[in-house]
Ligand binder design. Sequence first.
Ligand SMILES: Cc1cc2nc3c(=O)[nH]c(=O)nc-3n(C[C@H](O)[C@H](O)[C@H](O)COP(=O)(O)OP(=O)(O)OC[C@H]3O[C@@H](n4cnc5c(N)ncnc54)[C@H](O)[C@@H]3O)c2cc1C
Length: 390
Amino acid sequence: MSISLARPIDPMIPRTLFDSDHEAFRATARRFFEQEVVPNIERYEQQQHVDRSLWNKAGELGLLCATMPEEYGGSGVDRLYSMILIEEQGYAMDSSSGMSLHSDIVANYINNFGTHEQKLEWLPKMATGEVVGAIAMTEPGTGSDLQGVRTTAVLDGDDYVVNGSKIFITNGYLCDMAVVVVKTGNTEKGSSNLSLLIIDAKSPGFSKGKPLNKVGMKGQDTCELFFDNVRVPKANLLGMEGMGFIMLMKELAWERLIVAIICQAGAEAAFAQTLQYVKERKAFGKTVMSFQNTRFKLAEMRTDIDMGRAYVDRCMQMQLTESLAIEAAAAAKYKISEMFSKVVDECVQLHGGYGYMLEYPIARAYIDNRANRIYAGTNEIMKELISRSL
Ligand SMILES: Cc1cc2nc3c(=O)[nH]c(=O)nc-3n(C[C@H](O)[C@H](O)[C@H](O)COP(=O)(O)OP(=O)(O)OC[C@H]3O[C@@H](n4cnc5c(N)ncnc54)[C@H](O)[C@@H]3O)c2cc1C
């Protein structure tokens, strides 16, 4: 990419979350994105997935599964490290790598609900990048309404036999393993029919579709997974049968906050990129920055971004003590993803025609950001959750 990336400017209210160890990790993460990812983004977009070797490189640098316990290959550090990695991905304006989903969601399920043997089998390999993880909930016929899942797992001897399919699965194309939501029961209470199975991608009958042709996030591998009489050892059941829904609920606040963190960083990056552009670009013999409209737009954006930053940082602080309420995290996911969309739209406008050209990172941010309002629970579902707390 020929356009240089600008670093985000400091917020008006200083951040207070990080210590010097966090900052050292940030420097490693930043170098990783600048050197290993950014130069390859266009290629990732053409092939519709990152290079498999990128995962191993991230593992070598200690960037994967850092929050997992040391005995399972992680570094046993706090979730601010996850936040830093996500932020640095956002500041690099990269939407190709699905590392947070792998480390902060998939590994987290195994660590929270797995047996010692399951953790030993999967987590160390996930930390080195030898195994890429996916989480497969959504199906062609159901997304928001998880209780409508149709992929079945029927016990036969010591194995479950799994049949069905999943769609829109991040890391699906390169995954070596997926935590899959399956229907194990047929009771009237739909939520008690769901279970989580760890399925090895090498299992006979497990197949993957081609990466899906998305509007944006073109370098991120997203695909369909198919299960045709896949035999999965009973020992691969996560937690207890019928407890899938409850397990999925446990970390929802964190999963929603992850999207808010991505969007907050994305908005800060888009703003910085635009500030750099309007200071250089000239029209009518002056810089675009000098027009009152530009300065007012920038002032409005900076205000929205800094309000978001204060809320997200506070959520993060509460998440560290596991005291973040579901509705507060839902509000962060909903509002910060909308703020990102609004900011990036204004940023494209301030770039003029160049803002519509994909060689400019702002144009890519424009098409990439849209998915944030859809995945990890749509923003309508977020509003539903917030309203339920009233
Ligand atoms: C890029 C990308 C990556 C993804 N990665 C993954 C992944 O890794 N794993 C995975 O399992 N899934 C993944 N998804 C799927 C994603 O989580 C779902 O698309 C999302 O949950 C919405 O489900 P749906 O597509 O079935 O839409 P639907 O549920 O059919 O929703 C359609 C519309 O109806 C609205 N709606 C639905 N129910 C309600 C309600 N109760 N009240 C008000 N409005 C409602 C929705 O908000 C939406 O506007 C990904 C999707 C994308 C786009």
